[in-house]
Design a protein around this ligand. Structure first.
Ligand code: GLU
Length: 359
């Protein structure tokens, strides 16, 4: 019996494609077999799969004349079809239906759109369908892109209230030195809040956008929300079933979850920094109140400056009196209204503490 009821599994391009960029269907098939086993044990799995751009690139070799944005759009459009077709056939062999969810950072930036996407995946799961999520790389080409699918998987995990996030890469976890060095070993456990900065290599994976830096940052953020995170080697036989179903101590990096789980809306806000539409600058008294109590709302009297144009319920950054960002929150009024009440005593909170996430 597994302790998990619902998990998010993120599979990187380096796991799914061979060195020449072509889809590694043997590996895909092995992963699908394991997910099918988890599914048969009653565990709900949401799969976040990379691999579209790498696959598309291998299918369209004569594209040197294209600029990098056009090339990425072309590769992702072509590669995503190939990827999802393979998944569809492989899951079909187990009598399991899968469905495609393509998303963008922008389309998750309002609470309503976020809830719509969550509803879509809830309906899929409750009907026994495996959601396969990827960024819609055909249109996500600006600075509003996710850093990589690690970031997307953290958001999906928060969205779906999953019990665990399993990030599959092509190495065993985070090492305490260069992964290629024989003296390096995998860091097996990371306590909540423990810094890994000194161990992180800056080089990125060769076929995807991600690197250990984002993996570690996202893992710590998700673990701080009370969700267990595992970084493991997706190229090892039976890695998923061993991690989820067996009591064996599998080599991987495990981020211990914070004892207290965070509410769904706070999790969304925590992952929404990248889509903030503006900022509220606070005076020193207001900063002290919210940082010290952690349960104080932002009142208009504490706001000294408003940046950007936003609508009610949008996410804004919260800036302290030294100009340093201290968190993000969901605002209760649009930017015109906030400008008209800032500095005024006795008005309603502009960001309620239940809708605020402090760094
Ligand atoms: N969405 C990209 C793809 O499917 C992968 C992004 C990443 O490497 O994290 O190719």
């Amino acid at each position: 019996m597994s302790k998990y009821r619902r998990i998010v599994v993120k599979v990187g391009s380096n796991v799914l494609t061979r060195a020449d960029g072509t889809l590694d269907t043997t590996r895909m098939s092995a992963l699908v077999d394991q997910i099918a086993r988890l599914h048969s044990e009653g565990i709900e799995v949401v799969l976040v799969s990379s691999g579209a751009v790498a696959t598309g690139r291998s299918l369209m070799p004569q594209t040197n004349h294209l600029d990098s944005v056009s090339a990425r759009q072309l590769f992702s459009a072509v590669g995503q079809v190939r990827l999802i077709n393979r998944y569809y056939d492989l899951f079909g062999e187990w009598g399991i239906v899968c469905g495609q969810v393509l998303t963008t950072k922008e389309s998750l930036s309002t609470r309503q759109d976020f809830l719509n996407q969550r509803n879509c995946m809830e309906v899929m799961l409750s009907n026994g369908v495996i959601p396969i999520v990827n960024e819609n790389d055909t249109i996500s080409v600006t600075e509003l892109m996710f850093t990589d699918n690690d970031e997307l998987s953290g958001l999906v995990c928060a969205m779906m209230g999953a019990d665990a996030l399993i990030i599959l890469s092509n190495i065993d976890g985070i090492y305490d030195g260069a992964p290629s060095s024989p003296t390096s070993t995998v860091i097996r456990r990371v306590a909540c809040g423990e810094s890994l900065e000194q161990y992180i290599q800056t080089d990125r994976s060769s076929r995807g956008r991600g690197g250990m830096g984002t993996k570690s940052r996202i893992s710590q953020k998700v673990a701080a929300e009370g969700v267990e995170v595992v970084i493991a080697n997706g190229t090892r036989d039976n890695i998923l079933t061993d991690l989820v179903l067996s009591a064996e101590d599998v080599v991987c990096t495990r981020f211990e979850p914070a004892p207290k789980t965070t509410s769904g809306v706070k999790k969304w806000i925590a992952h929404s920094e990248g889509f903030a539409k503006g900022a509220l600058h606070l005076n020193e008294g207001a900063c002290r109140a919210i940082v010290e109590s952690r349960a104080a709302s932002i009142l208009p009297i504490g706001v000294v400056e408003v940046e950007g144009n936003f609508e009610r319920d949008d996410i804004v950054r919260i800036i302290d009196h030294n100009g340093v960002q201290i968190g993000v929150g969901r605002v209760t009024a649009d930017s015109d209204k906030v400008r008209s009440v800032m500095g005024v005593r006795g008005e309603k909170p502009l960001v309620h503490y239940d809708y605020m996430f402090l760094d």
